[in-house]
Design a protein around this ligand. Structure first.
Ligand SMILES: Nc1nc2c(ncn2[C@@H]2O[C@H](COP(=O)(O)OP(=O)(O)OP(=O)(O)O)[C@@H](O)[C@H]2O)c(=O)[nH]1
Length: 305
């Protein structure tokens, strides 16, 4: 084998998979910082998030694609378009599946999307901590014939099993390339987006099943306080689709919104490393998901992918 010690490897890796397979958990483990949003509910990753892992001989730029599902409305179609565009441009695709669930309809759908892809695809079987090792062989068998995977790698993103091995294997597949980002940069995403996702996460969590994923959070303003330079003021609007949802998000005498604010503020303070004064508003905007113009307003810009 040829030794190639001098070359630096770098590339873009797209993580693709059904909602809830553990894409964000993987990214957070690898990058070691809370950049992608984790939740028990599907469809919480709405936008591209890049996590950058810089090692001695390589730089891996991970792209967390939206959870793919069959399109039910415009937002769904939009997400799929985003994902497809991403797949064409990256150096490697990690198709992540859930070992607990086996091959489902959602996976079949992704396999269809992958058909004809020239980019190498890794099958990453996640959540192996939840199954008996004997079952793993069967799960892998069900996927094997479906696509010419470049590699098949079982991991537990949550516990870390075999994640290092996965990273080394990825490194081997990357082309020679420059260090695109400074070593200390873990994400090139604007703080604005991370803040909106932190707030969204709290709303979804505290309202449990009552509020569907149709909410969006718009950051209206991030500004250093004029009187107190150690304080950053953040104003954000939570957009819901129905009046009834507005009531739920606000809660009795504003109790729920207050809790959302308290929890989100703590996370935002960690992110910005500063005291934060968070002001939250709730607004009803009917049927925003089916209006393409509104998609743009909320920051889902196709040309950025
Ligand atoms: N037991 C176990 N649970 C895991 C593992 N990886 C992720 N999870 C859990 O699975 C759930 C979903 O994980 P996420 O990382 O949010 O999934 P995702 O694929 O990013 O989901 P979307 O954002 O909806 O696309 C969370 O409750 C995680 O804690 C794993 O390796 N083992």
């Amino acid at each position: 084998m040829q030794e190639n010690n001098n070359s630096y490897k770098s590339g873009f890796i797209s993580i693709i998979g059904r909602p809830n397979v553990g894409k964000s958990t993987f990214l957070n483990r690898v990058i070691g910082q809370k950049i992608a949003i984790m939740s028990d509910k599907p469809q919480t990753t709405r936008n591209k998030i890049q996590g950058v892992l810089t090692r001695d001989q390589s730089q891996m730029i991970f792209i967390d694609t939206p959870g793919i599902h069959k399109p039910k409305h415009k937002l769904g179609e939009f997400m799929i378009k985003v994902s497809k565009n991403t797949l064409r441009e990256v150096d490697l695709i990690m198709f992540m599946v859930n070992a607990e669930q086996g091959l489902g309809k959602g996976d079949e759908f992704i396999l269809e999307l992958l058909e004809g892809t020239k980019t190498p695809v890794f099958l990453v079987v996640n959540k192996i901590d939840q199954i008996h090792p004997d079952e793993l062989v069967n799960i892998i068998e069900t996927y094997k014939g479906k696509f010419p995977f470049a590699e098949i790698i079982p991991i537990s993103a949550l516990q870390g099993n075999n994640v290092d091995n996965l990273l080394v294997t990825i490194e081997n597949y990357l082309p020679d390339g420059p260090q695109y980002y400074p070593a200390d940069q873990v994400t090139d995403h604007p703080e604005r987006f991370i803040i909106s996702e932190l707030i969204r996460e709290k709303v979804l969590h505290l309202t449990r099943e009552e509020i569907p994923h149709s909410i969006a959070v718009v950051i209206d303003k991030i500004k250093r306080d004029e009187e107190n330079e150690h304080m950053i003021r953040v104003q954000a609007t939570i957009m819901v689709e129905r009046d009834s949802q507005k009531g739920i998000v606000i809660g009795k005498r504003g109790a729920l919104l207050k809790e959302v604010g308290t929890l989100a503020r703590k996370d935002i303070e960690m992110l910005l490393g500063s005291k934060v004064y968070l002001e939250l508003w709730v607004k009803v905007q009917k049927d925003w998901r089916n209006k393409s113009t509104h998609l743009r307003d909320f920051g889902y810009r196709e040309d950025e992918y």
